[in-house]
Design a protein around this ligand. Structure first.
Ligand code: NAD
Ligand code: UDP
Length: 336
């Protein structure tokens, strides 16, 4: 029996492959390399010392998926594959709905045909929208999303919940990630964004290494301790370990369950810049810029449900996140 990892060549997927292999699980990986490179999985094999089957396949390709399910006994799917750039989703909504929502439906149909009815899904804190106060709890209303990317996550959560109602054999663990950053402690795998990064941490590390001149801090007039936006940054290795716990939970508990994966602690943009400079001893020049459209002041998790159901809590702190990001960036200045 194996776990199928869609999008397993990407940032969070590659780290999760390592943690699954270390925990003794058999894995099968698929990716269409839209936002990743084969080298990432080569390094996963190197770090884990284990081999596993890989398929270059798109989740919208039902025939391709059928072949994978026919060739392996898949007991659960961890579904990372999707497009994730918020700004791009505003420009290309149809591509986002087709890839994320359409692709997930195709995948679920093939899973049903194959009798595999367990999915761990990569959702996001974005489903809480603009109006809930932090700490965000799974019982709070979702929706009120501000962009097509967020809407795809909200829609897929709803599809999985409806599926679990329709058939009690289905299991869906909806993991709502907060802000994943950091890299594997080896410095061999990490986040490898295409072009100019949209997210804060890869931007900081590219400024630190001199690829970008300075960071623009989007707004310093928010109602936070220093005026800059506060987020719940979580180390990608902690997040990956959360997936191991979630898929093991999914084996035993049918039904749909939304679970936050965050640390429960918020850091501002300037907190993160300062931590990065202090831990790594490198300057990160920045300027204060206008607010970015669609941003909220504060977003952090109540992580108690993950502790209760999965016996999972984040173990690494913001200094670990900064140190590991910088090791990856320095060792791989041009990514994979
Ligand atoms: P990523 O882009 O590094 O990984 C996604 C992988 O999926 C890539 O390797 C890409 O090539 C692949 N992929 C995309 N479309 C595909 C398709 N149609 N068929 C097959 N493979 C496809 O992104 P990530 O940061 O590792 O994120 C993984 C998941 O977690 C995504 O669903 C993302 O929306 C979600 N998520 C990410 C964050 C974050 O900040 N990184 C936060 C919340 C949720
Ligand atoms: N941010 C910033 N400059 C950047 C990128 C991000 O000041 O170049 C801020 C952003 O306004 C938010 C925080 O950093 O307050 C985290 O942004 P990111 O895009 O990484 O994640 P989000 O929480 O928006 O998904």
């Amino acid at each position: 029996m194996a776990i199928l990892i869609t999008g397993g060549c990407g940032y969070i997927g590659s780290h999760t492959c390592i943690e699954l292999l270390d925990a003794g699980h058999d894995i099968v990986v698929l990716d269409n390399y839209y936002n990743s490179k084969p080298e990432a999985l080569r390094r996963v094999k190197e770090l884990s010392g284990k081999e596993f089957p890989f398929y270059e396949c798109d989740i919208r390709d039902a025939e391709g998926l059928r072949k994978i399910f026919a060739a392996h006994s898949i007991e659960a799917v961890i579904h990372f594959a999707g497009l994730k750039a918020v700004g791009e989703s505003v420009q290309k909504p149809l591509e986002y709905f087709d890839n994320n929502v359409g692709g997930t439906i195709t995948l679920l149909e093939v899973m049903r045909e194959a009798g595999c009815k367990r999915m761990v899904f990569s959702s996001s804190a974005t489903v809480y929208g603009m109006n809930n106060p932090s700490p965000l709890k799974e019982t709070m209303p979702t929706g009120g999303v501000t962009n097509p990317y967020g809407r795809t996550k909200f829609m897929i959560e709803g599809i999985l919940e409806d599926l679990c109602v329709s058939d009690p054999e289905w299991t869906a663990v909806l993991l709502r990630y907060f802000n994943p950053i950091g890299a594997h402690a080896s410095g061999r795998i990490g986040e490898d964004p295409n072009g100019i990064p949209n997210n804060l941490m890869p931007y900081i590390s590219q400024v630190a290494i001199g690829k970008l001149q300075k960071l623009s801090v989007f707004g310093n007039d928010y109602d936070t301790h220093d005026g800059t936006g506060v987020r719940d940054y979580i180390h990608v290795v902690d997040l990956a370990k959360g997936h191991v716990k979630a898929v093991e939970y999914a084996m035993k508990h049918p039904g749909a369950e939304a679970i936050n994966l965050g640390t429960g602690t918020g850091y501002s943009v300037l907190d993160l810049v300062n931590a990065f400079q202090n831990v790594n001893g490198v300057p990160v020049p920045y300027v204060i810029a206008p607010r970015r459209a669609g941003d909220i002041a504060t977003c952090y998790a109540d992580p108690s449900k993950a502790k209760e159901l999965l016996n999972w809590t984040a173990e690494l702190d913001v200094n670990d996140m900064c140190r590991d990001t910088w090791r990856w960036q320095k060792q791989n200045p041009n990514g994979f």
